[in-house]
Ligand binder design. Structure first.
Ligand code: DAT
Length: 173
């Protein structure tokens, strides 16, 4: 049994995953696992894709790299995909959503190339990550939260923090 829950924070690049995860880790004491960082640091990839401007992730290596941490519980996993994680590992999946205009501005500020920017905007509009989460996990595990403004982020953080407290009460041994 885990002493603390495991949470996945997912969504299209630019929705606010890292910002949410860093604050959540501070507020709750849970550990932020940036999958991007793990992939780079532990070489869980098969090289760099020029087309996608990202690492080609070796999912088996990635799962092996984080398995021990996740088994202990109390991880906040920050990644733009969620269906690779075994259902038994995960207690809550938070799918962050953002308006197209806001996402456009955030990705533009990151100097994304036009094709990559458009691809991510399409993905957000088509709710690709939300669908993926709903297909991979039970309905009660998946929550969709908007992340357009700082006020929305504060309210998301309060809500997740309260959920973590309740999880600990419900799962006390
Ligand atoms: P991700 O990790 O999903 O790629 P991020 O956390 O790096 O996203 O955030 C992208 C940018 O948007 C960053 O400059 C912080 C800003 N941001 C994120 N969430 C926000 C929010 N709810 N309100 C205002 N700005 C936000």
């Amino acid at each position: 049994m885990r002493q603390a829950p495991n949470i996945v924070v997912t969504g299209t690049p630019g929705v606010g995953k890292t910002t949410h995860c860093e604050s959540l880790a501070e507020k709750t004491g849970l550990r932020h696992i940036s999958v991007n960082q793990v992939v780079k640091d532990k070489q869980c990839h098969e090289g760099w894709s020029d087309e996608y401007q990202s690492w080609i992730v070796d999912e088996d290596k990635l799962l092996d790299a984080i398995e021990d941490d996740v088994a202990a519980g109390g991880c906040i996993i920050d990644w733009h995909a969620c269906d690779l994680f075994p259902r038994s590992w995960i207690d809550l999946v938070v799918v962050l959503r953002v308006d197209s205009a806001t996402l456009y501005d955030r990705l533009k500020a990151r100097n994304y190339a036009e094709a990559k920017l458009q691809e991510n905007l399409d993905s957000e509009i088509m709710e690709v990550l939300l669908q993926e989460a709903r297909e991979a996990y039970d309905a009660e595990v998946v929550i969709e939260l908007t992340s357009n403004t700082s006020d929305e982020m504060e309210s998301n953080l309060d809500r997740i923090e309260a959920w973590v407290k309740q999880w600990k009460i419900d799962n006390e041994q």
